[in-house]
Design a protein. Sequence first.
Length: 232
Amino acid sequence: MDNVTTERARKLLDGCALFKALGERERHDLAALARSRSFTANEPIFHVGEPGSSMMGVLVGVVRISLPAPKGREVILADLPAGELFGEIALLDGKPRSASAMALTNCELMVLDRRDMLPFLEHNPTACLNLMQLLCTRIRRSDERMAEIAFFDLPARLARALLRYPAPARGPQKLALSQRELAEMSGATRENVNRCLREWQRRGILELKNRWTIILKPEALHAIEDAYEQSR
């Protein structure tokens, strides 16, 4: 990697909970093992079922993690911004990828290969434990998403999908998400998502304008989510 990319990799490792407990020297050594890869917007990074032998960190851009669904659809599991890691399952077990990853924007990734990471983890038990915690968090998150699709009604699922994105410090939140993407996040059809969004627009909860979903009353979305939780 060049100096700029190496510095970005070190900053990612410094701020990542997985490696924060390591000493500065260990993080420096780990950054030295990394290599960089660049992807353009909408370019696949890997597909579910492909051989996997690396873990990746997002240095620049946003990466989408998804699973294929029937009839050519997919379920969007997460959109990962800079500072996030992914691909850790295949790194540990050396088996095929358990999900697909795509560059949602132009991306620069830090790649840590299995052949380098396994010896590093053997000599750094703290990093091993942190990686196990990361895996548990991801498994819990996936279980929650599947439970939402199976048991929540569409308004609650859609409200939760919109609320996953961090709110800005000031002003209304603007999300550049298509109705197809929202359908894939909430396990619904685009037509049903459209009807739900139009009803929320009528109620002043959000505004649909020039392909933007502008959240005007996030507290109303929280109320929709909470009401369903309490009714279960």
